[in-house]
Write a protein that binds this ligand. Sequence first.
Ligand SMILES: [Zn+2]
Length: 125
Amino acid sequence: MARNKTLTKTQLASLRQELLDERATLLSQVEDLDAEADVNNWREGGFDDDPADAGSASFERETAQSLSNHARRLLAQIDEALRRMDAGNYGTCERCGNPIEQARLEALPYATLCMDCKRRDETGR
Ligand SMILES: [Zn+2]
């Protein structure tokens, strides 16, 4: 198999579509989660005399908030990937500058590190 230094236009287009789809999904998730966090916030005030309910409402709110934060971080990564696509340096490892494995991009279109650097990131230090 060829070394595949650059992705073809077709591959890029399909990765971009994937990013845009994922982005739309995440945006609506963030909206839902933020609404949930707000609703629970509001509801919590009504459960002053029932600590158990208040506790679970606040737990739900925290869960919604942390899921929302997670989705926002992914959104930022997706936006960054789309920017890199526009700039023409998409698919290049941020750390070592080598091309990111194509299979990795297909699994994770917003990956910014190649497999080696990612592994080093997770195990290293
Ligand atoms: Zn790398």
